[in-house]
Design a protein around this ligand. Structure first.
Ligand SMILES: NC(=O)c1ccc[n+]([C@@H]2O[C@H](COP(=O)([O-])OP(=O)(O)OC[C@H]3O[C@@H](n4cnc5c(N)ncnc54)[C@H](OP(=O)(O)O)[C@@H]3O)[C@@H](O)[C@H]2O)c1
Length: 314
């Protein structure tokens, strides 16, 4: 496993990291979820991403339980706030203090390494949010700050505020099929010491090639799951699945899996510190971790672009 510096922080995070949306405390059985976390440590993954809202607190509670036996400095933990929890929501001063304390209780820890704003809150003045976040950093409850899916003008506005802690991470959706943040978010963040830690780098599993056009999703996959399949509709269109199948010979030619091709593709960008990958089985964690260190040459990147051009959201 290779590691990259997270923005202007002193954290070195694993290029392949472990996410917990839909999976832990939710769609994936407890025993399998525990095996995934154990495998993650075994293969050198040191960054785990969660959020208060994942499985309505149950993802954090699960992680709190399975991480409790491990030294606190053996992993880097990120969580988030914003989406409604029991009627609360947003990024007001009250919510920052309240939601972080609740997350710390569930995670059974005194601090998180990365506290992220899950979205921008247009109902709270940015100054109020940033001052509250700055206070929780100064209290030692959060080491660093990040945001997810903020518009470039909001990122810029936060950068211009005086006397507040700086963001070190941006968490956008980014994959072979979803390239939108390359245009504005990547350069703006890169110029300001903010790394990208990207979500759904496998397009929720679609880029692994296991979903075939015109066929029902295989049993045991996210798309086939009642609890999780709802989230995948936009990656289930036949033209998308046909484009993804055109990536198979490229991966085969390199002697790697399609999942590894997709992960190496996001890691080709120096602005990206890690790919946050969800996993339902430990074998997936192992396969995905092996993408760290795979370099794709220009000719390969060009062939990938040609294969998916008709369906890429850029
Ligand atoms: N900030 C945000 O708004 C936001 C939004 C979404 C996600 N996230 C974060 O990003 C993380 C990753 O996103 P994601 O889980 O949506 O997408 P993903 O990592 O692209 O896809 C994960 C899913 O793909 C399948 N998979 C993984 N490795 C595989 C392999 N080697 N072979 C075959 N299938 C494989 C698994 O599902 P099955 O085995 O069930 O098919 C797994 O749950 C989340 O866990 C979360 O931490 C953040």
């Amino acid at each position: 496993m290779r590691y990259r510096r997270l923005g202007s922080s002193d954290l070195e995070i694993s290029e392949i990291s472990l996410g917990s949306w839909l999976t832990y405390g939710g769609g994936v059985a407890r025993e399998q979820a525990e095996a995934c976390v154990a495998k993650a440590f075994e293969v050198g993954i040191n960054f785990i991403d969660t959020a208060n809202v994942y499985a309505r607190g149950a993802a954090e509670s699960f992680l709190g339980e399975v991480l409790a036996g491990r030294p606190r400095d053996s992993y880097i933990l990120g969580t988030k706030l914003f989406w409604p929890m029991n009627g609360d929501g947003g990024l007001s001063r009250e919510q920052v203090f309240k939601q972080l304390d609740l997350s710390l209780l569930r995670l059974k820890t005194d601090y998180v390494d990365l506290y992220q704003c899950h979205r921008y809150d247009y109902d709270t003045p940015l100054e109020e949010t940033m001052q509250a976040l700055t206070e929780v950093v100064r209290q030692g409850k959060a080491r660093y700050l990040g945001f997810s899916e903020w518009a470039p003008d909001r990122i810029q506005a936060a950068l211009e505020l005086p006397d507040v802690e700086r963001f070190v991470s941006s968490q956008p959706q980014y994959s072979i099929l979803w390239r939108e943040p390359e245009r504005e978010v990547f350069p703006l963040c890169s110029a300001n010491g903010i790394s990208q830690i990207v979500w759904s780098p496998l397009a929720q599993g679609a880029l692994t090639g296991k979903y075939k056009p015109g066929q029902a999703p295989p049993e045991g996959t996210r798309a086939a799951s009642q609890d999780m399949g709802w989230s995948m509709d936009r990656f289930r269109d036949d033209d998308v699945l046909e484009a993804v199948q055109r990536l198979r010979p490229i991966a085969d030619g390199l002697g790697i899996t399609m999942a590894q091709l997709a992960l190496a593709w996001v890691l080709r960008r120096p602005e990206v510190a890690c790919a946050i990958v969800g996993a339902s089985r430990p074998e997936q964690v192992e396969e995905n971790a092996a993408a760290s260190g795979i370099e794709l040459d220009d000719a390969t990147l060009q062939t990938i672009d040609e294969a998916v051009a008709p369906v890429v959201a850029a």
